[in-house]
Design a binder for this molecule. Structure first.
Ligand code: DI6
Ligand code: FE
Length: 409
């Protein structure tokens, strides 16, 4: 069964996250994994194979752990400008909302991003992407949302696509036109939503730039009725749906997104049990963003117990953005998910693999070590997979594998 494999990893422990493997982490011990045509072709215990007769290129994992490649299912990593001064202002007493009302916040990043060319956006975003990749991210979602007009939103998505072409990582894009109200539409949020639905979404689809839409459903952003119009336009164009909901208040945005079959709803600090039930019924992933909770010094915790009770899959992502989560480390996000939200290390790693993949609508392709899946894998020098959420600031990656090929970030 290994005879047709191009590459084989031997003497590996696997955290498969395959639900059919009914053990914590879906763990399988002392295994061999054979890969060809970018996919996992075979997984078998070492004792069933004759190590002397293996074809292909063999890597001896020497008892290390293979996990699925990490999936960062929520990032705003393409942007220009810096918000470091706002961080100082906040430490001197100004609130995130006050800064936003004075024209800072998201709109300050919009000004800088509109001035940047696609090439500049790629160059400015590259260090952030590389930081994620170096820690094991093999798939990343990247949103627009700092352009807020047709040309600049498309430029952000073009930059995101180019990043995916230049680096060994799968990039999934989300059109977050409904992120904030641009100054040109000051008192006309519905008019701006018209632009998003009638011009922006069709233009992005025509160029193949968007895999999904995203919205910010919040009192300081867009109403549920406005978000619903964006979901309807997305459905007409065959795009996936995701949404920032229940971050600062409960607008029942999660239930609305679930009704439209959203892949994921994100943040969720104010989510209530009715919202949790709606997610469970729709199979929508709850994506947790502890970086924003930490950086904004939030105190309202997302309802983790209710999500567990109703068996809603939980993803963990960085929310990497300049204002509320300048965090280019999915490993640290996993640690924060444990320390701040009380996830277990297994839940945190599942959230950055299997359920991150589901949040991107790619549950059948990535996020598990299983025959037929894309061979995106990480080989770690660790004794136990709990170490990945436990420790931060050290990087125990021995090998990063994308589409079956060892690759450096
Ligand atoms: N929620 C957030 O936390 C980020 N966007 C959103 O919808 C904030 C983005 C920023 O401040 O630049
Ligand atoms: Fe976000």
């Amino acid at each position: 069964m290994f005879e047709f494999c191009e590459r084989i990893w031997i003497n590996a422990n696997l955290a498969t996250f395959d639900p059919a493997v009914e053990r914590p982490y879906g763990a399988l011990f002392n295994q061999a994994v054979g890969v060809s045509d970018s996919r996992i072709q075979v997984i078998a215990p070492m004792e069933t194979l004759d190590a002397a007769r293996l074809p292909g290129k063999v890597t001896d994992a020497r008892g290390g752990w293979l996990t699925p490649g990490l999936v960062d299912a929520h990032s705003h990593l393409v942007y220009a400008g810096s918000r470091a001064k706002e961080f100082e202002q906040r430490l001197l007493g100004a609130s995130y909302e006050e800064i936003a009302r004075q024209g800072g916040g998201i709109l300050s990043t919009v000004r800088a991003t509109r001035e940047a060319s696609v090439k500049q956006l790629v160059e400015l975003s590259e260090p952030r992407l590389k930081a994620l990749l170096a820690e094991g991210v093999t798939s990343v979602e990247i949103k627009s949302g700092y352009g807020l007009n047709v040309e600049s939103e498309l430029n952000m998505l073009r930059a995101a696509r180019q990043l995916g072409e230049r680096h060994p990582v799968r990039v999934s894009t989300s059109l977050l036109g409904a992120h904030a109200l641009p100054p040109e539409f000051q008192d006309d949020a519905d008019g701006y939503i018209d632009l998003v639905c009638n011009e922006l979404i069709p233009a992005a689809v025509a160029e193949g730039l968007a895999d999904a839409v995203d919205v910010f459903c919040e009192t300081i952003a867009f109403s549920p009725a406005q978000c619903e119009r964006v979901f309807q336009a997305a459905q007409q164009h065959g795009l996936g749906i995701r949404a920032h909901v229940e971050q600062l208040s409960n607008q029942q945005g999660a239930a609305l997104a679930a009704r439209y079959g959203a892949w994921s709803v994100d943040h969720l600090e104010w989510l209530d049990e009715a919202g949790v039930e709606a997610l469970a019924a729709a199979g929508t992933v709850a994506t947790l963003l502890p970086g924003a909770f930490y950086f904004l010094r939030d105190t309202k915790l997302p309802p983790i117990e209710l999500l567990r009770k109703h068996r809603v899959p939980m993803a963990v992502a960085t929310d990497l953005n300049p204002g509320s989560s300048p965090l280019a480390s999915l490993r640290l996000a996993m640690n924060m998910a444990c320390t701040l939200f009380r996830l277990t290390p297994e839940e945190a790693l599942a959230g950055a693999t299997r359920f991150g993949a589901q949040a991107l609508g790619q549950a059948g392709e990535i996020g598990q070590l299983k025959v037929g899946m894309r061979a995106d894998m990480l080989l770690w020098d660790i004794e136990h997979p709990a170490e990945l959420a436990y420790q931060f600031g050290v990087n125990p990656i021995r090998q990063r594998i994308v589409d079956g090929e060892p690759s450096h970030a």
